[in-house]
Design a protein around this ligand. Structure first.
Ligand SMILES: Nc1nc2c(c(=O)[nH]1)N[C@H]1C(S)=C(S)[C@@H](COP(=O)(O)O)O[C@H]1N2
Ligand SMILES: [Mo]
Length: 201
């Protein structure tokens, strides 16, 4: 195998194998929001589960914090091409939210809703089985407002636009329905390993 010279811009192999196609590694944590950052106080925060149009469960901040707390450490991948390795989050797994609400068979698709009016769609199967959480802490601290605090969705195996900041609920629906970016040309599913950035990718 050829040895790379100094000054090579190729990342080491451990890095390149962990980077989905077309992504580069960043050490900082860029902020990407479609609009201004809403300042949501924990006393004004609530989280609602809906099945279709019907609310079926609701928690305020204190109630939500008493649900089982799990930790996820994951690489994240933004469609604008930065990836960040090993981000560490604490929050409530969607599995535990469903169990608490007594919902065994939610609908096949989910729309996440946020305080800023943002929405994003995810197949429900991608939110369960330990794959996603409603995060309330990042790197051991409350999530900053810019990064979606008090609480954001974390779906790390899909492009990061699926990880709705300032989340205020999940709605289970029968048909896959595009959210904010999906209706503006971004992919309905958004798998970074298959480079599903735009609608027809
Ligand atoms: N509510 C809401 N969630 C959002 C967004 C947004 O504009 N509003 N932007 C999305 C996009 S495109 C990305 S890449 C990530 C960015 O999260 P960060 O600002 O914490 O890096 O949040 C996603 N979640
Ligand atoms: Mo993004």
């Amino acid at each position: 195998m050829a040895t790379r010279g100094f000054g090579s811009r190729q990342p080491p192999r451990e890095t390149s194998e962990r980077l989905p196609p077309g992504q580069y590694l960043t050490e900082d944590f860029p902020v990407l929001s479609a609009g201004p950052t809403p300042r949501v106080k924990t006393e004004d925060w609530s989280f609602t589960l809906k099945v279709g149009p019907k609310p079926v469960a609701k928690w305020n901040w204190d109630e939500f914090g008493r649900l089982p707390i799990s930790r996820m450490t994951r690489d994240i991948h933004c469609v604008t091409a930065w990836s960040k390795f090993g981000t560490s989050w604490e929050g409530v797994l969607v599995d535990d939210i469903l169990a608490e609400a007594g919902i065994e068979t939610p609908k096949p698709y989910t729309l996440a809703h946020s305080f800023d009016g943002y929405t994003t769609n995810v197949p429900t199967a991608d939110l369960v089985g330990g794959k996603a959480m409603v995060a309330i802490r990042y790197e051991g601290e409350p999530i900053s407002a810019d990064h979606g605090g008090p609480a954001r969705l974390l779906v790390p195996h899909l492009y990061f636009w699926k990880s709705a900041k300032w989340i205020d609920g999940l709605q289970f629906i029968e048909q896959d329905t595009g959210g904010f970016w999906e209706l503006r040309g971004y992919h309905i599913y958004g798998d970074p390993w298959r480079e599903q950035r735009y609608t027809d990718d």
